[in-house]
Write a protein that binds this ligand. Structure first.
Ligand SMILES: [Zn+2]
Length: 414
């Protein structure tokens, strides 16, 4: 299916996907991995080549640029992230284009046993006739979020070429380390200099997400009484036993990620460590509502304190740290960023839809920091695994969405 922008987004995705940009949570540097500079530097060169203004890389590894305005209108920003997920092999990605998908099973050159069919991914059933990009079977593709980068770069190239569209200034940002939750540096909102932003980091065609989880982290620390086990009678207080009691007392068949869906929140124990002397439990707490999130934290606290009360010689502390908040809290005061995205979507012939995201995006943090930032579709599917794919027609549609969005914002008052 030859759609405007299909070929360009495809070429860009193939070029970007072949570059290893996997992020690493255990690294303290910013960006977390030096390999991300390979793509960041390429994007600096490409933005310069297509005539973008103010092209630069920040000290924290974000590439910024401007598409100068052609009308007095608000400054908006388009974002995508360069890193790929640490959860699956991401070195040596060989992207493959499957021309004119026939509705059957897609095969992978480097993994004969692997297949991709509409049974595994129902979305694929709607892509008959499209060109589908996958990896070769042994790595992820990294369409998350190199599809987003290809979309933003193609839209930027098109707008800079001067197609006669009246739009305000458009800022571009390509950020590192989204997959490890460090995509939004404290200086990014200021450096961005835009009142409204959009991430191109969503999935299905037509998706416009403006609700994400609210998120806290909870750490329970338990100090027991350590003593030689040979002389321990009535003296040893085993921190591991207390930790186990806390875990046992917390809900197992409700409020866990594996027992919740839709708009339900959860308490997720993701790490425990320790010795008989000291133990630590690490939880993530998630909910779409402030009250629900607070209730999860209160339950962790209540259970920890109740277990601590059974053993006065132990010391138990609970520390709860905010991570990010549902972007709806800010957007519902001014829904224009969502309303214009929906209008732009309808104008290009696609029905917009919005589902609450059971996770966070860079936009959650940005929104909280004062830059409302809904998340828009790219077409990417089955992300973070070997079956990851994207339709070039979906990417092309997202470029048309970006162009129409620029145009609609161009009609607003600065
Ligand atoms: Zn992503």
């Amino acid at each position: 299916m030859a759609e405007e922008f299909s070929r360009e987004t495809e070429e860009r995705l193939l070029r970007y996907a072949a570059i290893d940009t996997q992020s690493d949570e255990s690294s303290a540097s910013a960006p977390s991995t030096a390999c991300q500079f390979d793509l960041l530097n390429l994007l600096v060169a490409e933005l310069t080549a297509i005539g973008a203004a103010d092209v630069r890389m920040t000290g924290y590894g974000a590439v910024l640029a401007t598409i100068p305005g052609t009308a007095p209108a608000p400054t908006i920003a388009f974002l995508a992230h360069v890193d790929t997920a640490p959860q699956f092999r991401a070195t040596g990605v060989r992207p493959v284009v499957h021309r004119a998908y026939d509705g059957g099973t897609i095969r992978f050159a480097d993994a004969p046993d692997l297949g991709l069919s509409p049974e595994q991914s129902p979305y694929l059933a709607g892509k008959v006739g499209d060109d589908i990009v996958t990896a070769s079977g042994t790595t992820l593709l990294g369409a998350d979020d190199k599809a987003g980068i290809a979309i933003v770069m193609t839209a930027a190239r098109h707008l800079l070429a001067g197609p006669g569209i009246a739009h305000g200034p458009i800022r571009i940002a390509f950020t590192p380390d989204e997959e490890i939750g460090r995509g939004v540096h404290a200086d990014l909102p200021g450096d961005l200099g835009a009142g409204i932003a959009y991430t191109f980091d969503g999935g299905d065609r037509g998706e416009i997400a403006f609700e994400t989880f609210s998120a806290d982290r909870a750490v329970v620390r338990i100090a027991g009484v350590s003593i030689h086990p040979g002389w321990a009678e009535d003296k040893l207080v085993n921190a591991l036993h207390l930790a186990a009691r806390i875990i046992e007392t917390l809900p197992q068949v409700t409020r866990t990620p594996e027992t919740t869906a839709g708009r339900e929140g959860f308490i997720h124990l993701y790490e425990m460590s320790g010795t008989a002397a000291e133990a630590e439990l690490r939880f993530i707490l998630r909910d779409f509502e402030r009250e629900g999130l607070a209730a999860h934290g209160a339950l962790v606290r209540q259970v920890s304190e109740a277990v601590a009360a059974t053993e006065p010689r132990a010391r138990v502390s609970v520390e709860i740290t905010p991570q990010y908040r549902n972007m709806r809290y800010w957007l519902e005061n001014d829904m224009r960023p969502v309303d214009l995205a929906r209008a732009a979507c309808r104008d290009i012939g696609i029905v917009p839809h919005s589902q609450p995201v059971r996770g966070g995006t860079d936009g959650s943090r940005l929104t909280e920091m004062g830059v409302p930032c809904p998340n828009l579709f790219t077409g990417m599917q089955e992300v973070h695994g070997p079956r990851e794919y994207v339709s070039t027609a979906d990417m092309a549609a997202a470029v048309r969405l970006a162009r129409r969005l620029a145009e609609l914002w161009g009609q607003e008052k600065a």
